[in-house]
Design a protein around this ligand. Structure first.
Ligand SMILES: [Zn+2]
Length: 418
């Protein structure tokens, strides 16, 4: 491989990604608009026309925003790489910082903060304009700022030591540094999963034990039926930020808990909540969570191995707009280039990942239908789709490409047949 070939491939994949994304978005918008004035027959009795139209408008506007954001991201990526942005930042840091390791840490920190700062206007627009317009936003500007700084502080406290460790391994661990770096990364990830429920999540939300005795009994009966040990049932004040409802499992072993958003509890009946939880238990029983963890660890090992190879090739840097140093290390640059550019090439895998995820959703639905009432899950889903203004009429190709969950009509048809 030489640098011209890499540049060409990079540009081809980038352009193909833009074309596919825009084409899919156009299809989605057209499809949703075409079906805007009629509620699909299956839902005609449950969802009112104005609600269906609201979901259509919400979907269209979010899709439009995604196109704009995507084009902006492409421009930034081109500037950083072939446009010489990374080389420019590196040259400035070189004048200021003489220690090799700190210069590399600073390079990565600068790029991460820069990219994060560019996201802020989009996040602001989304939260305070789009979400607010459809009545979903509950966040105040003060909370937004507090979240932003807390997020930064946590990223620095947890992320910087890992980054320094990886850069140090690249420098000193020899040819197979990438295997050590991957192992460190994997341990770090497991650690985060372990401390997330008890240490990190409470920094952002309040968790109170579920005190509804009837609901608790119902959930404990379900857990017993499914032979699942629950360590705790908690309610989270999700309404602090958004009206969207959710429920999730978190943690391992002794810290394993079930968390309900208060917004979910206020919308669903106890029977419906049980059915939603049975679906989540289905993910556990079918080992979807472990499977995803294994997929993520294996694919990241492959990524680290590829990075191990690329980081020692001059064409990798030159093909992406950076002249590698000959008298000092390029490890920080290799890391940042790799993480910027890899998504351009892995975008093509999106439909495969979405398909795998939808397969898991069907399995979890089947489990819920066996352990609980399929009809209750259907009515919970209808309520959630309605409340979240999720479209009932997505474009089939757009949905097949992106959606981690099957479209409502197909999901409900399958549940009705269960
Ligand atoms: Zn699911």
């Amino acid at each position: 491989m030489d640098s011209i070939t890499l540049t060409t491939l990079f540009l081809i994949f980038l352009l193909a990604g833009v074309i596919v994304r825009s084409w899919l978005a156009k299809r989605q918008i057209a499809h949703v608009k075409t079906h805007r004035d009629q509620v699909p027959a299956e839902f005609a009795e449950k969802i009112r026309l104005f609600s269906h139209q609201r979901a259509a408008d919400y979907t269209v506007q979010r899709t439009q925003l995604r196109i704009t954001e995507g084009l902006f991201d492409v421009a930034v990526l081109l500037w950083l790489t072939l446009g010489g942005g990374l080389a420019w930042i590196d040259a400035i840091l070189l004048q200021w910082i003489s220690t090799d390791l700190w210069r590399q840490v600073a390079l990565i920190a600068c790029v991460v903060v820069f990219l994060g700062a560019l996201q802020v206007p989009f996040t602001l627009y989304k939260q305070f304009k789009l979400e607010a317009k459809f009545g979903f936003n509950r966040m105040t500007p003060a909370l937004f700022i507090a979240d932003l700084f807390k997020g930064l502080a946590i990223a620095a406290i947890l992320g910087l030591p890992l980054l320094i460790l990886i850069l140090w391994l690249m420098q000193t661990a020899g040819t197979y540094w990438w295997a050590w770096a991957w192992a460190s990364w994997a341990v770090f990830n497991l650690l985060i999963m372990f401390i997330f429920p008890t240490w990190i999540a409470p920094l952002f939300n309040k968790f109170t034990p579920l005190d509804d005795v009837k609901l608790k009994d119902r959930i404990q009966a379900l857990a017993k039926r499914c032979d699942f040990a629950i360590q705790g049932l908690f309610v989270m004040d999700g309404s602090k930020r958004s009206a969207h409802g959710n429920a999730y499992f978190t943690g391992f072993g002794k810290s394993r808990r079930i968390v309900f958003f208060d917004t979910l509890l206020s919308k669903l009946s106890p029977e419906e909540i049980e059915a939603v939880l049975a679906h989540e238990l289905g993910h556990f029983k079918h080992k979807h969570i472990v499977k995803r963890l294994v997929i993520s660890f294996v694919s990241s090992l492959v990524m680290f191995a590829v990075l191990g190879y690329l980081s020692s090739q001059a064409w990798f840097y030159e093909g992406l707009g950076v002249t590698p140093h000959t008298d000092m290390s390029n490890h920080g640059m290799a890391l940042i280039l790799f993480f910027l550019v890899v998504p351009v090439f892995t975008f093509a895998l999106t439909p495969l990942m979405s398909w795998l995820s939808r397969k898991d959703e069907f399995e979890a639905d089947q489990f819920a239908a066996q352990q609980s009432e399929a009809s209750q899950l259907v009515s919970a889903l209808v309520k959630l789709f309605d409340d979240n203004a999720a479209t009932l009429t997505p474009d089939p190709i757009h949905s097949a490409f992106y959606d981690s969950h099957p479209p409502a009509t197909i999901r409900i048809r399958q549940l009705a047949a269960a």
